[in-house]
Design a protein around this ligand. Structure first.
Ligand code: BGC
Length: 266
């Protein structure tokens, strides 16, 4: 099997469950050595690392809160000590703290902004520093690749989720501005914007037949996404196959951003 990421080293934040877990698995299947970051749930991250190693890959789990600068530094040190450097960083950690706007606390606001936006800022910044420090490597045309995990909610407004949608809107311009800044150094920065993917974050939107049918009204393609849909997109964006893709958001959403409410309406 062709392994497009053979010899490359990846770090995926928030990889103990959901999309991050699927992305870490997909990068490992594509031949990358993978550092699997987790915040509070070490056991599934350790298990994923053990499974990857058992299949002949290289992986280890590393705890860090991405919103904490010294923990981010310690994590990058640990990854470079273990694997030598980093070629691919997937800034994926994210959470929701939903509430009607009138009830949303400042703490709900800060928690989401700190993890989803400041966490990606810190992760991407350390990645850029490491790419520049070590210079080019024969394993990749780009000096390094950063993938920001955004959401369809970087463009779709979302009542009851103002903090989350604001954080993803922020990721859109952070990614593009950073991509513009570091492209001359041959660092490629892009985002993936997933739609409704079957993960714990949106369990209540798919775990009953009623909820699922309601959700599917928002998805022209007629199925919920799986983490592997995002994993395959991440492998492509991290590989030389997408070497001319710079500063783009790749929507992987079954058409959720096509305004399906307008089909036969308006
Ligand atoms: C959210 C999910 C939601 C999906 C589509 C994602 O960014 O985290 O909860 O189902 O967007 O609305």
């Amino acid at each position: 099997m062709h392994k497009p990421l053979e010899g490359q080293i990846a770090l995926v934040t928030g990889a103990s469950s959901g999309i991050g877990f699927g992305v870490a698995q997909a990068l490992a299947d594509a031949g990358a050595s993978v550092a699997i970051n987790y915040h509070s749930h070490g056991a599934p991250a350790d298990k994923l690392a053990a499974d990857i190693e058992q299949c002949g890959g290289h992986a280890f789990a590393i705890g860090a809160n991405v919103a904490n600068e010294s923990e981010i530094d310690a994590m990058f040190d640990a990854v470079t000590q273990r694997f030598g450097t980093i070629d691919i960083v997937v800034a994926n950690s994210g959470l929701q703290k939903d509430a009607p706007f009138a009830d949303m606390t400042l703490d709900d606001w800060h928690t989401v902004m700190n993890v989803n936006l400041a966490g990606q800022f810190l992760t991407a910044q350390r990645a850029v520093r490491e790419f520049l420090r070590r210079g080019p490597r024969p394993v990749s045309k780009a000096l390094g690749k950063i993938i920001c995990m955004s959401s369809v909610h970087e463009i779709i407004p979302w009542a009851g989720h103002v903090n989350y949608a604001a954080s993803k809107g922020g990721i859109q311009m952070m990614m593009k501005s950073l991509a513009q800044e570091v492209a001359p150094q041959r660092i490629r920065v892009n985002s993936i914007a997933p739609g409704a993917i079957r993960t714990p974050i949106n369990k209540e939107a798919w775990d009953s037949e009623d909820a699922l049918q309601k959700l599917l009204k928002l998805v022209p393609y007629g199925r919920i996404g799986e983490v592997d849909d995002i994993g395959r997109a991440a492998v492509w964006l991290a590989s030389d196959e997408s070497d001319y893709v710079v500063g783009t958001t790749l929507f992987v959403d079954g058409g959720m951003t096509l305004y399906p409410g307008f089909a036969g309406n308006g």
